[in-house]
Design a protein around this ligand. Structure first.
Ligand SMILES: NC(=O)c1ccc[n+]([C@@H]2O[C@H](COP(=O)([O-])OP(=O)(O)OC[C@H]3O[C@@H](n4cnc5c(N)ncnc54)[C@H](O)[C@@H]3O)[C@@H](O)[C@H]2O)c1
Length: 384
């Protein structure tokens, strides 16, 4: 069995998480690390025992000949780095969201096709241990016919929450609903429908966003509808980050790390229809829960190994990652133009920038990158 050679490009938080998973997996070997900052390179290199350390990614790829290059960097760098790495004809995985607009995502997919390379987007929740349990229960028919899917965020400012947490949630929803055919969004900033002046740069380099509160209705191809909530809460509420599948005979709830099944379609607190059962999480047999790798990142690697062995796409492929961007851009377009948006959209420009341009406005003024500072600046803009 082939051992896949891996490079990690970016050695901070997410690079460390990825490296721990690739290091722990018996079928992958990290053969090179790259960062612009020596201290990060050395800290991670020492932890996973990799001496091939680089500050130039092209040099790393040329010298170490990897099969897969992981790109866990800030979102504003995803596009340039994906394109540069794909030039070498190697498979990539990139952190979520894949890109900040559809022009970029299309380019990445086209470049990968031209080079015969695979793209995976690091939506690890879709393949993690709790989702494996949900998937197994779903396939076994434990909730009958799927009727509706609900997903929520953690309370970030809506448009930012959509690009950040919503990207994960949408990918989760696609697993069960299939691709999304159309979206309709109810979206407000400061209690009113958004105006072109409410279009702002995203925190954390996630492109251009708008909307403090978003409720999006989604029509999936499997004839199922869903709702995605991305509402800003005064206090973050991580417990709210969950997905629920409503079926004709039961319900399933996913939270990262946990899964539950209600063997009735309706929750009624009458002592009979309120018995949620815990579903046991499913791990690869070689996963060590005492080790440093998180189970979901490990599952993500396991899925890449299986996909490459089988000559097929990763479940969280570039095409799925791009479709997530299509839905997010569709939600922004629906909020701006107050209309239903059919997907995939023909116009691949960022809809909020197009909207501003049609209103005679240029790109929005810069705002701080860190979320806390960004929120203070936004509150100031809104006169709070
Ligand atoms: N999947 C998840 O659960 C999850 C969780 C949090 C964040 N994220 C995503 O992860 C990404 C951010 O990850 P992070 O916080 O580790 O990023 P970061 O920006 O803090 O770190 C990236 C590292 O890459 C290095 N780097 C950047 N450009 C480089 C280049 N050209 N050559 C070599 N090194 C380079 C930087 O020096 C830095 O050390 C975002 O896209 C975010 O959305 C995903």
């Amino acid at each position: 069995m082939k051992t896949y050679r891996v490079n990690i490009l970016g050695c901070r938080g997410r690079g460390t998480a990825a490296a721990r998973a690739y290091h722990a997996h018996p079928r992958t070997e990290i053969v090179g690390l790259c960062d612009l900052i020596d201290e990060r390179l050395n800290t991670l290199g020492d932890e996973v025992g990799v001496s091939a350390r680089f500050t130039d990614l092209d040099e790393m790829i040329r010298q170490t000949e990897p099969d897969i290059v992981a790109i866990p960097t800030g979102t504003e760098f995803h596009y340039d780095l994906c394109m540069r790495v794909l030039e070498h004809g190697v498979h990539i995985e990139v952190e979520k969201p894949m890109c900040v607009d559809l022009v970029q995502a299309d380019d990445v997919i086209a470049k990968a096709q031209e080079k015969g390379a695979r793209v995976a987007v690091h939506h690890q929740g879709r393949v993690g241990a709790a989702m494996q349990a949900i998937g197994q229960a779903f396939t076994a028919g434990k909730i009958g016919e799927l009727r509706y899917i609900y997903g929520s965020g953690k309370g970030y400012y809506g448009g930012y929450g959509l690009m950040n947490i919503g990207a994960h949630m949408l990918n989760n929803m696609l697993k069960f609903g299939g691709h999304c055919r159309s979206v309709v969004a109810q979206a407000t900033t400061d209690g009113h429908p958004i105006t072109p002046g409410d279009v702002v740069p995203s925190p954390s380099g996630m492109g251009t966003i708008a909307c403090e509160h978003i409720t999006a209705a989604l029509q999936f191809e499997h004839g199922v509808t869903g709702t995605l909530l991305q509402h800003r809460f005064d206090r973050m509420d991580s417990a709210g980050y969950a997905m629920e599948l409503y079926g004709s005979e039961g319900r399933l709830v996913w939270k990262s790390g946990s899964a539950w099944w209600l063997p009735q379609p309706h929750f009624i607190p009458d002592g009979t229809h309120d018995r949620w059962e815990v579903l046991e999480a499913i791990y690869p047999e070689h996963y060590d829960p005492q080790g440093a790798a998180s189970e979901a990142d490990y599952w993500f690697v396991e899925e890449y190994v299986r996909a490459l062995d089988g000559g097929r796409a990763h479940e969280c492929s570039g095409v799925e990652g791009r479709h997530v961007v299509e839905i997010m851009m569709g939600i922004f377009e629906s909020a701006a133009y107050r209309t239903r948006v059919d997907l995939p959209q023909k116009n691949r420009e960022h809809p909020l920038l197009r909207w501003r341009s049609e209103a005679g406005l240029g790109r929005p003024a810069e705002m701080p990158r860190p979320y806390g500072e960004w929120l203070s600046a936004e509150f100031k803009r809104l006169g709070r």
